[in-house]
Design a protein around this ligand. Structure first.
Ligand SMILES: [Zn+2]
Length: 345
């Protein structure tokens, strides 16, 4: 960690081996780094670097800072990128960014010269957060990374996503750490089609998607339940515009909870999009800031029941800056409160 980063994150507790030791009780990890702002999709793009500043300001204004353990970012090794993506696709992202082109040839994803390195840092930072949770350094962690990842498929960038941070983390948890059963909860307003694409045949990963439909990218029907040996390991929950927490709660209680009684996850990843907020400009769902705290509690309930509270949450969407900052703080508040309580299992 350099001096610049420490000054930007003044007040945060640094992980052991970095600038300062954390106090007893700092049990939630936090990834935030100025370098995530270098990916530039262009003027006026909603997935802007200002999103990270909004999160940083909101966290600084909260009472959370002393409770967060800062996890230093790391660049994702190519072998882990390739655990979820085709080698040709990595080369394409690298070549496109370095050539000065501004759109990936795979479709609609804007890039800049720093996009490959930034996306690699984002993916690697989620792996660093997984390491911190697995080692017991922290109980859970939130990664304020960009670019987001859940639309990126094996061989295609889509939406605002280059590398699928959460899918890479799922593969890493199994292949590096031997975790056999991983739950992914994706509550971004858009369906995480890339995550589904990469992991739909993987029985080690259970996917639970909540998303507005119809909406970009047009996938995520109830009938999409996985393929091959992964059949039955995905629950897609398309929701109509105007739906909110009242419609989501029964899906957790009636679908996810009983499914997890059988699956018994050993680790939970959250694709934490905050664009289902009622103030968000891109979606039509009606979550409030407090509803994000409620969703976080539900995931913590599952994590405490099945996997000693182990959660890594990674930022996806969220484009109203005020709602984003407030909702991330609400999410962190619950993670921090729950991480500081003893878990019996
Ligand atoms: Zn989204």
């Amino acid at each position: 960690m350099d001096a610049l980063l420490c000054s930007l994150t003044a007040g945060l507790v640094c992980a052991p081996g970095t600038a300062a030791a954390g106090p007893v009780g700092a049990r939630i990890g936090y990834v935030w780094d100025d370098r995530f702002k270098k990916h530039d999709p262009g003027e006026g793009h909603p997935e802007s670097a200002e999103r990270l500043d909004a999160i940083s300001r909101a966290v600084a204004a909260s009472s959370l800072q002393q409770r967060l353990t800062l996890i230093p970012p790391r660049r994702c090794e190519e072998r882990w990128l390739m655990a979820a993506h085709a080698a040709d696709y990595l080369q394409l992202v690298k070549a496109t960014a370095s050539s000065g082109q501004t759109v990936l040839p795979t479709g609609d994803t804007k890039v800049s010269s720093a996009s490959f390195d930034t996306a690699r840092l984002a993916a690697g930072s989620v792996l660093a957060a997984c390491d911190a949770v697995i080692s017991g350094q922290v109980r859970s962690a939130f990664c304020a990374v960009r670019p987001p990842g859940h639309h990126a498929t094996t061989n295609r960038g889509m939406g605002f996503c280059l590398f699928n941070n959460v899918a890479i983390a799922a593969r890493y948890l199994r292949l590096q750490h031997g975790i056999q059963r991983i739950l992914i909860v994706d509550w971004d307003v858009h369906h995480g089609n890339g995550t589904y694409d990469i992991l739909k045949q993987d029985p080690h990963v259970f996917q639970f998607h909540l998303h507005q439909s119809p909406l970009y990218p047009g996938t995520g029907r109830v009938e999409e339940q996985g393929e091959g040996s992964g059949t039955g390991f995905t629950i897609n929950n398309p929701l109509p515009a105007g739906a909110g927490i009242k419609e989501m709660l029964p899906l957790f209680q009636k679908k996810l909870w009983p499914a997890m009684e059988s699956f018994r996850p050993q680790f939970i990843l959250i694709s934490a999009g905050f664009d289902a907020h009622q103030a968000d400009p891109v979606g039509g769902l009606k979550l409030t800031t407090a509803d994000y705290a409620r969703l976080t509690e539900l995931v913590c309930d599952l994590a405490e029941r099945h996997c000693a509270g182990r959660i890594v949450s990674a930022l996806e969407g969220g484009y109203n800056l005020t709602a984003l900052g407030d909702s991330v703080v609400a999410h962190l508040q619950v993670l921090a409160d729950r991480a500081e309580k003893p878990v019996l299992k």
